[in-house]
Design a protein. Structure first.
Length: 228
């Protein structure tokens, strides 16, 4: 398994976003948290910043929409340059239709689940997705502590992916760091959003490489990854 590391610009210096994006040029994706102060109690950035970032970096953008009415707004993020767009299951009215529209516009379609949202009711939707995001903190703010109680949910999600033979990425977001990433990888995650662990490091690029190595080492001996 090759682990993917997606640094979150929520932890970057917003006054220097182009430079901060360049500092993690070796990352797989640049994670962009979009919050509307309705679905979550925080307000961050939107379409104009995504458009500007797309011009400023060659790293593809992974946009996580923590917003109300993603059915209306998500397609616009593909048009703004996002390579992957994640909407929340709790906010989408027609998730299958939305996922298909995101894909039709040329981006990867992903769906996110808050910590209290079980994955099992969405089993039939998984083939419509390119990635499923299991939140390991409550969405809304960076710098939160990792919720260990999400590890069984990650395992169950990985089992569902295997059950249906899907080529579906399993992303985790929230409190991912040197001390938690190995547990996430062992449980079944293969895409990791890291904010403070990357942008709080002296060398963000080296932090990305270190996290990737940790995840790949942990997954190598995990039962789910054997033969992966």
């Amino acid at each position: 398994m090759r682990a993917q590391i997606n640094p979150s610009i929520l932890s970057a210096d917003f006054a220097r976003l182009a430079e901060e994006a360049e500092a993690v040029a070796g990352a797989d994706w640049l994670h962009v948290d979009v919050m509307d102060n309705h679905f979550v109690p925080n307000l961050t950035l939107g379409l104009p910043v995504v458009e500007s970032l797309r011009k400023a970096t060659g790293t593809p953008l992974d946009c996580h929409l923590m917003i109300e009415d993603p059915d209306r707004w998500a397609p616009g993020y593909v048009e703004a340059g996002a390579g992957s767009v994640t909407f929340h299951a709790e906010a989408a009215t027609a998730p299958v239709k939305l996922a298909r529209e995101i894909r039709a516009k040329g981006a990867r379609a992903a769906m996110a689940l808050r910590p209290a949202t079980p994955v099992e009711p969405y089993e039939d939707l998984l083939p419509e997705l390119d990635m499923l995001l299991v939140m390991t903190v409550e969405p809304g703010f960076g710098g939160q502590s990792f919720l260990d109680i999400m590890l069984p949910k990650i395992r169950r999600t990985r089992q569902l992916i295997a059950k249906h033979g899907l080529d579906l990425w399993l992303q985790v977001d929230g409190g991912v760091s040197q001390s938690t990433i190995e547990r996430c990888a062992e449980a079944g995650a293969d895409v990791f959003v890291a904010g403070s662990a990357v942008y709080g490091a002296g060398d963000p690029a080296e932090a990305v490489r270190g996290l990737r190595a940790q995840a790949e080492s942990a997954a190598a001996s995990a039962p789910w990854a054997c033969g992966h």
